[in-house]
Design a protein around this ligand. Structure first.
Ligand SMILES: NC(=O)C1=CN([C@@H]2O[C@H](COP(=O)(O)OP(=O)(O)OC[C@H]3O[C@@H](n4cnc5c(N)ncnc54)[C@H](O)[C@@H]3O)[C@@H](O)[C@H]2O)C=CC1
Ligand SMILES: O=C(O)[C@H]1O[C@H](OP(=O)(O)OP(=O)(O)OC[C@H]2O[C@@H](n3ccc(=O)[nH]c3=O)[C@H](O)[C@@H]2O)[C@H](O)[C@@H](O)[C@@H]1O
Length: 443
C-alpha cells in the first residue's frame, strides 16, 4: 500500500521503517529540513535498537523515502498518517498546533480521496478537529467534492524497544465507525495480525481515550510502587522483596512495578498532565491522576535528598559520579529524565557532576552545553575517578555488575546512591561500600 507519514520522530520513523519492511511504500515528510537531509544521507537522528539497519535497508530498496515536500507526500499515500509531536502547552494540556498544521497541509494538497490516520497521542475529540480543519481547507479551495475519513490509531511502542514493539504489537487499536476505513486499516496491518487477532476496532473517541488510559494506568502503577517504596523505608521493609511478593499475584504481575526516581520520558509526564486537563475541561476532578503526578514530582528528588542528608547539606565544591542520563535504558532520550532533576539539584547546591551514559552523552551536551560543573566522561570508570560518591539514575545493563573493589578505590567516600535498586545490599556491604537505594534499609 502507499502510505504517507507526517513527522519523522520516534513514532513516525519507527512505524514507517517497520511498515516499509513488510512491503508497504512509505513516504515520510517532516518540516525539519536538516533531519530529512541527514536521513537521505543515511544518518539516523535517534538511537533505537535495530532502527539504523532497518531504515538503511528499506531506504536503499526504495520502500521508504524522506522529504520536506508536503505536496508530493500527500499525493503519494492512500493513507496519511499523522505522527507529529503533541507537546504540553503552557497549562499542561496537549498542544495540537502541529497536528492541525498537518491537517491543513493535507486539505491544501489532496487531489484524491484519503484516509487520514491519527497516530499521535491526542485528547478525545481531536480527530473531529482534524476532520473539521481538512474540511475547512477544502472548502476554501472550492474542493468539497474530495472525500476523506479520519481514523484514530494510537501508538503503544516503548522507546528502547520501539522496533520490536512495532514488529510484534500486543494490540492494534483502530478507532473508526466506517467499514471502508476499517478494511483499509486491516490491509495495512495484516502482516502484523497473522498469529492471532490483534486489531481492536472501536469508535474514534474510545480509541483516543484508550491511549491516555493505558499510559495513565502504567504511570499509576509506578507512582503506587514509589509510594510503597518510600513507606517501606520508614517501616524497615525491603521494597524489592515486596515487589517480588506482590508481582507473583497474576492479577498484579511483575511488569511496571519497579520503584525508582519517578517516571520520565516524553510521554507519561505529559500524558498524565494532559488527561488531568481534559478532565478539568469537563469539570471532572481527576483526583487519582493528580496524586500520581504529585508523587512522581516528589520522587524525582528522593535521591538528591538522600545525598544531601548523608553529607549534612554540605555539597558545595564536592564532585559526584553519575551513571545514567537517559530517562530509561536503550535510548538516548533525556526528555524529563530523572537524571536531569538530579544534576540540576546538585549544581544548585554547588556540586559538580562527572557523568557517563552509554548513548545519551551527545544529547546531554546538546541540552546543557559546556559548563564547569559538568564533565562528560568516556567510560563509567572514568566518571568515578576522584568523585566523592556514585549515583545511579538509569538501569543500563552495563551498570549491573561493576567491579566493586575498583569502584571503592576510585571514590573518595565509598558510598553508592542507587535510584534503580540495581544491587544486592549484602553484596555491596561485603565490599565495604555503603549503599543507599530506593525503599530498602541499608544492610
Ligand atoms: N516517543 C514515544 O515513545 C511515543 C510517542 N507517542 C506519541 O507520538 C507523537 C509523536 O511523538 P515523537 O515521535 O516522540 O515526537 P518527536 O518530537 O520525536 O517527532 C515529531 C516530529 O514531527 C515533526 N513535525 C512537526 N510539525 C510537522 C509538520 N507540520 N509536518 C511534518 N512534520 C512535522 C517534527 O519536526 C519532528 O521531527 C506524540 O503525540 C507522542 O505522544 C506515542 C507512543 C510512543
Ligand atoms: O506513549 C508513549 O510514548 C509510550 O510511553 C511509555 O513508553 P516509554 O515512555 O518509552 O518508556 P517506559 O518503559 O514506559 O518507561 C517510562 C518511564 O517509567 C519508568 N518506569 C518504568 C517501569 C517501572 O516499573 N518503573 C519505572 O520507574 C522508566 O524508568 C521511565 O522513566 C509506554 O510504556 C508506551 O506503551 C507508550 O507508547
Amino acid at each position: 500500500m502507499n502510505l504517507t507519514v507526517f513527522g519523522i520522530g520516534y513514532v513516525g520513523l519507527v512505524q514507517a521503517a517497520v511498515l516499509a519492511e513488510v512491503g508497504h511504500q512509505v513516504v515520510c515528510v517532516d518540516i525539519d529540513e536538516k533531519k530529512v537531509e541527514r536521513l537521505n544521507q543515511g544518518l539516523i537522528p535517534i538511537f533505537e535498537p535495530g532502527l539504523e539497519n532497518l531504515v538503511k535497508e528499506n531506504h536503499a530498496a526504495g520502500r521508504i523515502k524522506f522529504t520536506t515536500d508536503a505536496k508530493a507526500a500527500v499525493k503519494h499515500g492512500e493513507i496519511q498518517m499523522i505522527a507529529v509531536g503533541t507537546p504540553p502547552g503552557e497549562d499542561g494540556s496537549a498542544d495540537l498546533k502541529y497536528v492541525l498544521a498537518v491537517a491543513e497541509a493535507i486539505g491544501r494538497e489532496m487531489e484524491a480521496p484519503k484516509i487520514v490516520v491519527g497516530k499521535s497521542t491526542v485528547p478525545v475529540g481531536t480527530c473531529e478537529k482534524i476532520k473539521a480543519r481538512i474540511a475547512e481547507t477544502l472548502k476554501k479551495r472550492g474542493r468539497e467534492d474530495l472525500t476523506f475519513d479520519v481514523a484514530s490509531n494510537p501508538e503503544f511502542l516503548k522507546e528502547g524497544s520501539a522496533v520490536a514493539d512495532c514488529m510484534k504489537p500486543d494490540r492494534i487499536i483502530v478507532g473508526t465507525s466506517s467499514e471502508g476505513t476499517e478494511a483499509v486499516m486491516r490491509e495495512l496491518y495484516a502482516p502484523f495480525n497473522r498469529n492471532h487477532e490483534k486489531m481492536i476496532v472501536m469508535d474514534v473517541r474510545s480509541a483516543e481515550f484508550t491511549k491516555y488510559a493505558a499510559n495513565c494506568m502504567l504511570a499509576t502503577k509506578i507512582s503506587f510502587m514509589n509510594e510503597m517504596a518510600n513507606l517501606a523505608e520508614q517501616l524497615g521493609a525491603d521494597i524489592e522483596e515486596v515487589r517480588k511478593g506482590i508481582g507473583s499475584d497474576p492479577r498484579i504481575g511483575y511488569h511496571f512495578i519497579y520503584p525508582g526516581l519517578g517516571y520520565g520520558g516524553s510521554c507519561f509526564p505529559k500524558d498524565v498532565r494532559a488527561l488531568i486537563k481534559t478532565a478539568e475541561g469537563v469539570k471532572f476532578d481527576a483526583k487519582l491522576l493528580r496524586a500520581v503526578e504529585e508523587r512522581n514530582n516528589e520522587q524525582k528528588s528522593v535521591l538528591f535528598d538522600k545525598v544531601s542528608r548523608y553529607f549534612k547539606g554540605n555539597l558545595k565544591g564536592k564532585t559526584f559520579a553519575l551513571w545514567g542520563l537517559a530517562f530509561k535504558p536503550n535510548t538516548d532520550d533525556m526528555r524529563e529524565a530523572p537524571a536531569r532533576n538530579l544534576m540540576e539539584a546538585l549544581w544548585k547546591a554547588g556540586a559538580k557532576v562527572q557523568a557517563y551514559d552509554p548513548e545519551a552523552m551527545q544529547e546531554c551536551q546538546a541540552i546543557y552545553g559546556l559548563r564547569d560543573d559538568l564533565l562528560l566522561c568516556g567510560t563509567k570508570e572514568a566518571a568515578l575517578r576522584g568523585a566523592e560518591a556514585l549515583m545511579i539514575a538509569t538501569e543500563w545493563k552495563s551498570f549491573r555488575a561493576p567491579s566493586f573493589d575498583a569502584l571503592k578505590d576510585a571514590l573518595t567516600t565509598p558510598v553508592i546512591f542507587d535510584g534503580r535498586n540495581l544491587y544486592d545490599p549484602k553484596v555491596i556491604a561485603r565490599h565495604g561500600i555503603e549503599y543507599h537505594s530506593i525503599g530498602r534499609v541499608a544492610a
